[in-house]
Design a protein around this ligand. Structure first.
Ligand code: MSP
Length: 631
C-alpha cells in the first residue's frame, strides 16, 4: 500500500492555541483525510515542543516544574484538535522518553561521525532574556529584543558542522523543485543560501544556564538546543508512534512538512542538513504557509486581538471555520480574518450555494417521488463526467497543497447542478405526467451529484459531509479507499430520503432596524451605548521616542509602542519636552483614521486634559503591558 506521511510543526506549550496553530493542523488534516479516502496508509503527526528556556521560565513563574506546566498546557491543544475534528494518528511530545532517546541516538551518531565538534562560542549575551545575539543582530550595543545592554561572553559549546552542506543543499533544492514550496519561498531560501556563508549550528546549551532539555549523550554538562531536539520529532515519531512502528514499517521520509513562513529556515536549512549528515533521505516537500492578520492588523497578544479558535468554533462551527481558512486565501499567501469575511463565506458559499442546493433537491425528490431516490431513466453524461473527473483534479491540486483550487473544483460541480436545476425546472416537469421519466432523471442526477460533492468535501468539512450523506439516505460510514470505488450511479434508487435540515443556517449580522431605533433613542438622551464607547479603541502605549515637529512650537512627533510601533503627532510641545516623555506610559486612541499635521502623519491620538498652555497627559497609575485595552 502507498504510504503518506504528513506533519505539522510541534507547537510550543507556552502559547494557548490560536488561529495560526489551527491553520496548519487543519491543512494537514485535509491532506490526511483525502489520502486515506484515496486508499493510502496514512500517518498524520502533530504534537508539542516542550523544552527550552521559555518553557522553563514560564513554569518557574507559575511555581510548577516544566513538566507539570507542559502537562497542563498540552491539554489545550488536544482539546482544540478534538473540537476541530482533527484526525491525527499520533501526538508527539518532546518530553516523551522514546523521543529523547532518539534525539540522543542521532546526536551520538553525528558526534561519532565528526559532524559535531566542541568550540568556543563568542557572542553578545542579554542576561534578562538569557540569550545570545550575534554581532550583526545587536543594535547599538543593545539587545534587539528588549533594548537592554548586552555583554560579550565566550563559552565552549557544541556545533553541528552545517556549513559543510551548503553546496549540497543548493544542489538538492535545484534538482528537486518541489522540495520547498511555494516557489517564492524556495527562491528566498535559494537567495539566502547563495548569497551568505552558512555558519555552523550551535546545538548545545550549558546546563548551568539551562537545564530543561535533552542531555547531550557525550557531555553531561550540556543540554540540546531546543530546535535540534524539536526537528528530530519528525523522525523519532516514525520509530515509536507511527502505525506499525513496532513492526519496523519504514515511514521515513515524510511527504509533507507543513510549517509557517517564519519557521521555514529552520526546516529548509537546519533539518535538511541534519538529515544529509545522517545520510538519511530528505522529506519530499516542505511547504511554508502565510500568516493571518485579524481585521487588517497583525495578531498579537499585546494588542489583545488574538483569534481564539474555540470561540470561532462556538460561533460558526468547526466546518465553517475549516472551510473559511482554505477557501479565503491561497495556501502560501497571507490572509485576513474578519467577521464580515467569514460570515460572507458562510452565507454565500455554504448556506446559499451548497445548503440550498441540498435542501431544494431533497425537498423536490420527496415531494414528487414519495420521499425516495427516483429511478434515473437515462444518464446525464456531461454531469457524470464532470463529477467523476473532479477526483483526479483535486488529487493534483492537493499534491501541491493548492487547497483553494481543490475547493474550486468541487464548487464547479455545485454551480453546475444549481444551473442544471434552473434550466430543467423540475417544478415545471412535475406538472406534466408525461414528463415523469425526465423528472426522475433530473432529480436522480442532482442527488447523485450531491453524493459526489459530499464525498469530495469530506476532507474539508467532515461533519457537513456526513450530514449530507445521511440526508441522502446513505447510512454506511465513509471508508478508507472510498475514492477508488467512486462511480456515477452509486446512489440506489428507492433509498429513503431524510427530511432536509439546513446544513449551514444563514447568519444575520445584527438587525439593522433595531440598531437604528436604539441609536435614535440614545441620541435623544445624549447617551451613548457601551457598544458606541467600545468603538473607540484605547490602548496602553509607551513613548519610545519624541522630537519637535520642525517649524512648530506646539507639535511633537512621538513614537509609541502599543505592541507595534505608531507615530503620533500631539499638540503638547508647549508643556512637555520630548526628553521627559520618553519611557512614559500613556493612553492612545489606536483606531483613529490617520491624519497629517503640518505634513507629518499621525496614526492615532494620545489622551490629555487641558489646553495647550496648561495640560497634563493621561498616564497610568501603575505599569500595565503595552497594547492592553483601556476600557
Ligand atoms: N515549536 C516551533 C516549531 C517546531 S517544529 C519542529 C514553533 N512553534 S509555535 O507554536 O510558535 O509555532 C506554531 C506555528 O504557528 C508556526 O508554523 C507559525 O508559523 C504559526 N503561526 C503563528 N502565528 C501565525 C499567524 N498569525 N498566522 C498563521 N500562522 C501563524 O514555532
Amino acid at each position: 500500500m502507498d504510504k503518506f506521511y504528513v506533519t505539522t510543526p510541534i507547537y510550543y506549550v507556552n502559547d494557548v492555541p490560536h488561529i495560526g496553530h489551527a491553520y496548519t493542523t487543519v491543512a494537514a488534516d485535509i491532506l490526511a483525510r483525502f489520502n486515506r479516502l484515496s486508499g493510502k496508509a496514512v500517518f498524520f503527526l502533530t504534537g508539542t515542543d516542550e523544552h527550552g528556556q521559555k518553557v522553563q521560565k514560564a513554569a518557574e513563574g507559575r511555581g510548577l516544574t516544566p513538566k507539570e506546566h507542559a502537562d497542563q498546557m498540552v491539554e489545550n491543544f488536544k482539546r482544540l484538535w478534538k473540537e476541530l475534528n482533527i484526525s491525527n494518528d499520533a501526538f508527539i511530545r518532546t518530553t516523551d522518553e522514546q523521543h529523547k532517546r532518539v534525539v540522543q541516538e542521532v546526536l551520538m551518531k553525528l558526534y561519532e561521525k565528526g559532524e559535531i565538534v566542541k568550540r568556543p562560542y563568542r557572542g553578545w549575551y542579554c542576561t534578562p532574556d538569557e540569550r545570545f545575539w550575534t554581532d550583526k543582530e545587536i543594535v547599538d550595543g543593545k539587545c534587539p529584543d528588549c533594548g537592554r545592554p548586552v555583554e560579550e561572553l565566550e563559552e565552549d559549546n557544541y556545533f553541528f558542522l552545517m556549513s559543510k552542506y551548503q553546496d549540497a543543499l543548493i544542489e538538492y533544492i535545484e534538482k528537486h523543485p518541489e522540495y520547498i514550496l511555494p516557489e517564492t519561498r524556495r527562491n528566498e531560501v535559494m537567495g539566502f543560501l547563495k548569497n551568505n556563508d552558512l555558519g555552523d549550528l550551535c546545538i548545545s546549551r550549558p546546563k548551568k544556564r539551562l537545564s530543561w532539555g535533552v542531555p547531550l549523550p557525550f557531555d553531561e554538562d550540556y543540554v540540546t538546543y531546543v530546535w535540534f531536539d524539536a526537528l528530530v520529532n519528525y523522525y523519532s515519531a516514525t520509530r515509536y508512534l507511527a502505525p506499525g512502528a513496532q513492526e519496523q514499517i519504514n515511514w521515513w521520509p515524510a511527504d509533507h512538512h507543513i510549517v509557517g513562513k517564519d519557521i521555514l529556515t529552520t526546516h529548509a536549512v537546519y533539518w535538511s542538513t541534519m538529515l544529509m549528515a545522517l545520510e538519511m533521505p530528505l522529506p519530499h516537500n516542505i511547504f511554508a504557509h502565510g500568516w493571518w492578520t485579524v481585521e487588517g492588523r497583525k495578531m498579537s497578544k499585546s494588542l489583545g486581538n488574538v483569534v481564539d479558535p474555540f470561540e470561532v468554533i462556538k460561533t460558526y462551527g468547526a466546518d465553517a471555520f475549516r472551510y473559511f481558512l482554505f477557501r479565503e486565501v491561497t495556501f502560501g499567501l497571507d490572509g485576513d480574518f474578519s467577521v464580515s469575511a467569514i460570515v460572507g463565506r458562510i452565507n454565500s458559499d455554504l448556506a446559499n450555494d451548497l445548503g440550498n442546493l441540498l435542501s431544494r433537491t431533497i425537498t423536490m425528490a420527496r415531494k414528487y417521488f414519495n420521499s425516495v431516490v427516483p429511478e434515473g431513466a437515462s444518464v446525464e453524461e456531461e454531469l457524470k463526467e464532470l463529477a467523476e473527473a473532479i477526483y483526479k483534479k483535486m488529487a493534483k491540486h492537493l499534491s501541491v497543497l493548492a487547497f483553494q483550487k481543490a475547493l474550486d473544483e468541487v464548487w464547479s460541480l455545485v454551480s453546475y447542478i444549481n444551473k442544471y436545476i434552473d434550466t430543467n425546472q423540475p417544478w415545471a416537469l412535475a406538472k406534466d405526467p408525461s414528463k415523469k421519466d425526465r423528472l426522475g432523471t433530473v432529480l436522480y442526477s442532482c442527488l447523485e451529484g450531491l453524493r459526489f460533492i459530499a464525498l469530495y468535501l469530506y476532507p474539508f468539512m467532515p461533519e457537513a459531509s456526513e450530514k449530507m450523506l445521511k440526508q441522502l439516505g446513505i447510512e454506511e460510514p465513509i471508508s478508507h479507499g472510498q475514492y477508488s470505488t467512486l462511480r456515477w450511479g452509486g446512489l440506489k434508487p428507492g433509498t429513503a430520503l431524510k427530511k432536509p435540515k439546513p446544513l449551514f443556517p444563514r447568519i444575520e449580522l445584527k438587525d439593522k432596524k433595531e440598531e437604528k431605533k436604539k441609536v435614535e433613542e440614545d441620541k435623544k438622551d445624549n447617551l451613548i451605548s457601551i457598544n458606541d464607547f467600545a468603538k473607540v479603541e484605547l490602548r496602553v502605549g509607551r513613548v519610545i521616542h519624541a522630537e519637535r515637529v520642525e517649524g512648530s512650537n506646539k507639535l511633537l512627533k512621538i513614537k509609541v509602542d502599543i505592541g507595534e510601533e505608531r507615530q503620533i503627532v500631539a499638540g503638547i510641545g508647549k508643556v512637555y519636552s520630548p526628553e521627559e516623555l520618553v519611557g512614559k506610559q500613556i493612553v492612545v486612541v489606536t483606531n483613529l483614521k490617520p491624519a497629517k499635521l503640518m505634513g507629518v502623519e499621525s496614526q492615532g491620538m494620545l489622551l490629555a486634559a487641558g489646553d495647550e498652555n496648561n495640560l497634563s497627559i493621561v498616564t497610568l497609575e501603575k505599569e500595565i503591558p503595552v497594547g492592553t485595552r483601556v476600557k
